[in-house]
Design a protein. Structure first.
Lengths: 304, 312, 288
């Protein structure tokens, strides 16, 4: 379905995402984990062709038979909202405040060739599909009349409108209440064709995904089936991340990763994690390759 | 919406009433008696008293105010102390000229500012975008009357293609009417256009950073299509507010520009009234200008509510 | 932008930027001219010299002389003084009245007092500086003082609105909530927390208002409702130059440039200060 090879994103001379490769099979749900600044959002945006001004992507990414990187905007335009769609983090600001919900859903349909009347009817069906109560009324409402959770459902309806092959979600539930978050995740799991789910929240990934990619410093440092990566992390960063997120009994110290995530462009050469890694040796000055079948890691001194 | 409209209308009427009181009270503070001024220093006390009775200035201020403000409602601004002519028709005639001047200037300003400001925002990193932005800064620094003087110098003194001033009614000669108004419109329009360009630019820049524009692109729109369909209406919300403020400024700018181009508008009437100490006339013109500003604010507030469903 | 933080070429707070430098330089130029004019001008700017009528530039008269033989350059220097004087007093009046009103309105956003202040504010807003000056001029006679008062009063609403908007923002910050929880009274909070934190917004507003005051003074003097002769004023120089536009256009050119330089300077200074002092406060725009 989706095949990414050697994806690199640059702002001028600064590499923000380096040599990222992964694939997503039809129907597969893949989690992309990382702290802010790890390059996970840029990875997603480069697949959508929506990188901010002055930021460019290189490498290869194919969705089915179609290239996604280095393709003219006129071609990407037709893919976005059609074959490939995305739900963003902030539902409160993602919808046009001056336009009725129905019109905003219908827009994505007419843009991809549906007649106006049909699009209007279909948009109500879509609102119903994302389990919004009273879809006909919702269609007539303005965004400010909806809650954050409802708005995110609208975004999901827009994303699903043209039956995409791949759905990308960038922290879609981070801004929502915990209870709303659960329902939303359930809905995404149910409706997503194939899913690339970006988050910093390990629990969310655990509840939703079958496979995970762990990013740090613009690189994928570990990838594999969820169970294996979470129970037997190999990369020292993944290990630290999991340890930090585990609930600790009262009185024990929360293990933390020493230091802080450097600013973009200030990661060390070689292994990007070596300046914070307790196991780093001079060998780590050379960039480790992502190796291993199924469960892969990029580390010179992996955990067992 | 209806409730809002009624409420806002009530505020408009109340503020106009309070403004009328303020204008009247202010003019009543004037030292000097209109009757004495009219008759000169050598008048007999009897003649002055007689004229006072004619003017109605011998009555208590409250009664005078009620007379005056009551007249305003029906368009009766009283009779000039100096010329003895009714003031209402004069104001009506002059108001027409000023409105044409202001609206023409505004249309020109918008025609300049919307495309230029949008372009400057979209290309805010390009030299041309920066140049537009810088040019608008310089434009703001030039007062409208100075722009008028410069335009007269270029088009009337040097090129001699347009008249340096004067006004021909449209009923007399539409061609000359237009030629006479071109430079005044330009003086108001260029300067206000510069101010508006800055606001349009900053509003479009703000909108370009909005998430919903990214959503529109994620739906399959190009950058330009997203801005056109989703950005411009959103950007117009803050611009409409400024537009209202500018329209009020423009009205006042017109007073000065009328002086530069010798155009018989309200400003001209006002300044002549002051020069001749025609106090009732001044009072009437000031009231009309203040009411116009209040009315503009009203229209802007209502437009704002129509544009933005969050306020409804 | 989440994920890789992309830093564009935006000017960051706390660093000198081009606008601030350019604005500061232009304003500095005007201030310098005004200060020097107290001690020295090439000629007496009010000295009428029939022989030097419309003297061409050169020979001790760098910009020539007007129809009364007065040296244009000297008039411009002293005119800078007039301009700054009017600006300082007008902005001072506006700030002294507008800031307390705005702060009170912002600290009691739901009270009747706030409502009253904002309503009166809207009303004053309907009386532009020019109308006030004409009315004041009709009562007390036109002059620098009436012009300053008119411009100042007309600028009060702008200060009150900006001060109110900024105060509203400060009032919901944690440190103010903490101070209120600790039982501090409103006056103490206003002085200790609100004023210091809205200071930068007000400085920006002052700079922008100064530019508008210069424009207003020039317009008023042009109409004969501002500074009276013989005190030199850029606006009146422009007015006097108009009849000679066909023969001696330079008489309009120099005061025109002077006004534009001063206004541009204060506008750039205001924008530059906004970026320099606090980029977070970009949202509260100075009102013109």
């Amino acid at each position: 379905m989706l095949k990414v090879e050697g994806l690199t994103v640059r702002a001028g001379t600064v590499e923000l995402v380096s040599d990222v490769s992964f694939g997503i099979a039809p129907g597969e749900r893949v989690g992309l984990i990382g702290e802010s600044g790890s390059g996970k959002s840029l990875t997603a945006l480069s697949l959508m062709g929506l990188l901010p001004e002055g930021v460019t992507a290189s490498g290869r990414a194919r969705l089915g038979e179609r290239d996604l990187v280095g393709v003219p905007e006129s071609r990407m335009k037709r893919l976005r909202g059609g074959e490939l769609s995305m739900v963003f983090q902030e539902p409160m600001t993602a919808l046009n405040p001056l336009m009725r919900i129905g019109a905003q859903v219908a827009e994505v349909l007419t843009l991809h060739g549906r007649p106006r009347q049909e699009a209007r009817e279909r948009s109500v069906e879509l609102l119903e599909r994302v389990r919004l109560p009273g879809p006909a009324q919702i269609a007539r409402a303005y965004p400010h009349q909806l809650s954050g959770g409802q708005r995110q459902r609208v975004m999901l309806a827009i994303a699903l409108a043209n039956g995409p092959g791949l759905l990308i979600c960038d922290e879609p539930t981070t801004a929502l209440d915990v209870t709303v978050q659960k329902q939303m995740l359930g809905l995404i799991a149910e409706v997503a064709p194939a899913l690339l789910f970006i988050t910093h929240d390990l629990a969310v990934v655990a509840s939703l995904c079958e496979r995970v990619l762990v990013m740090y410093g613009g690189r994928v440092v570990e990838s594999g089936p969820l169970r294996e990566v979470f129970t037997r992390p190999r990369h020292r960063y993944t290990q630290g991340l999991l340890a930090a997120s585990r609930l600790t009994p009262r009185g024990t110290r929360l293990p933390i990763i020493p230091g802080a995530v450097p600013a973009a462009g200030h990661f060390p050469g070689g292994c990007v994690f070596r300046d914070r890694c307790p196991h780093a040796t001079p060998a780590c000055a050379t960039t480790p390759a992502l190796t291993g079948d199924g469960h892969a890691h990029a580390c010179w001194h992996p955990a067992d | 919406m209806t409730t809002y409209l009624l409420k806002r209308l009530a505020v408009l009427l109340a503020s106009t009433a309070v403004a009328a009181v303020a204008v009247f009270a202010f003019m009543a503070l004037l030292p000097g008696d209109p009757a004495e001024i009219a008759l000169g220093v050598n008048a007999t006390p009897e003649a002055v008293a007689e004229l006072r009775r004619q003017f109605g200035t011998d009555r208590p201020p409250v009664a005078q105010f009620l007379d005056w403000s009551g007249g305003l409602v029906s368009g009766d601004f009283g009779t000039s102390y100096v010329t003895g002519a009714p003031i209402g028709p004069q104001i009506a005639e002059r108001l027409g000229v000023t409105v044409v001047l202001v609206l023409g200037g505004m249309v020109l300003a918008l025609a300049l500012a919307v495309p230029l400001g949008t372009f400057a925002a979209v290309r805010h990193r390009d030299p041309l975008g920066v140049a537009i932005s810088a040019a608008s800064q310089v434009g703001i620094a030039i007062p409208a009357f100075l722009a008028g003087i410069l335009l007269v110098f270029v088009f009337a003194v040097r090129a001699q293609v347009l008249p340096s001033g004067g006004y021909v009614p449209i009923t007399e000669d539409p061609g000359e009417w237009l030629r006479g108004l071109l430079l005044p419109w330009l003086s108001l329009g260029l300067v206000q256009g510069a101010v508006l360009t800055r606001y349009v630019r900053s509003a479009v820049l703000d909108v370009m950073r909005e998430d919903y524009l990214r959503t529109a692109r994620a739906k399959g729109r190009g950058a330009a299509g997203a801005l056109w369909r989703h950005g411009l209406r959103n950007a117009s919300v803050p611009v409409v507010t400024v537009l209202g403020l500018q329209l009020a400024t423009l009205l006042i700018g017109a007073v000065v520009v009328e002086r530069v181009f010798v155009i018989p508008g309200l400003g001209d009437l006002l300044l002549n009234g002051v020069a001749q100490r025609d106090l009732l006339l001044v009072q009437g013109v000031v009231m009309v200008l203040v009411a116009a500003v209040l009315l503009i604010n009203f229209v802007v507030d209502v437009a704002y509510h129509l544009l933005d469903p969050r306020l409804r | 932008m989440k994920g890789g933080q992309v830093k564009g070429g935006r000017t960051r707070g706390g660093r000198l930027n081009a606008g601030l430098l350019a604005g500061g330089t232009l304003v500095g130029l005007v201030v310098l001219a005004a200060l020097v004019s107290f001690f020295w001008t090439p000629h007496d700017p009010t000295l009428v010299d029939a022989a030097g009528k419309l003297r061409e530039p050169g020979g001790g008269y760098p910009l020539g002389a007007d129809k009364f033989g007065r040296d244009t350059f000297s008039q411009l220097m002293v005119g800078a003084r007039t301009t700054l004087y009017v600006g300082v007093v007008a902005v001072g009046i506006a700030a002294l009245a507008g800031v307390p009103l705005g702060v009170v309105a912002g600290m009691t956003p739901r009270g009747w007092l706030s409502e009253l202040i904002m309503r009166v504010n809207d009303l004053v807003f309907a009386f532009p500086a020019l109308l006030l000056a004409v009315m004041l001029g009709a009562v007390y006679g036109p002059g620098t003082l009436t012009a300053m008062i008119a411009i100042g009063v007309a600028t009060v609403p702008a200060f009150a609105r900006v001060a109110r908007a900024a105060t509203l923002q400060v009032m919901v910050t944690d440190y103010v909530l903490a101070a209120r929880a600790a039982g501090r009274g409103r006056p103490a909070i206003a002085v200790r927390h609100v004023l210091p934190n809205i200071g930068s917004v007000l400085i920006v507003q002052a700079s922008v208002s100064f530019a508008i005051a210069i424009l207003a003074e020039a317009a008023l003097s042009f109409l004969g409702f501002g500074t009276r002769p013989p005190t030199p004023s850029w606006g009146r120089m422009l007015q006097e130059s108009q009849e000679l536009l066909f023969s001696t256009p330079r008489l309009a050119l120099w005061p025109g440039i002077a006004v534009a330089v001063a206004v541009l300077g204060f506008n750039l200074l205001g924008d530059g200060l906004r970026d320099y002092l606090d980029p977070k406060l970009r949202r509260i725009r100075a009102e013109g």
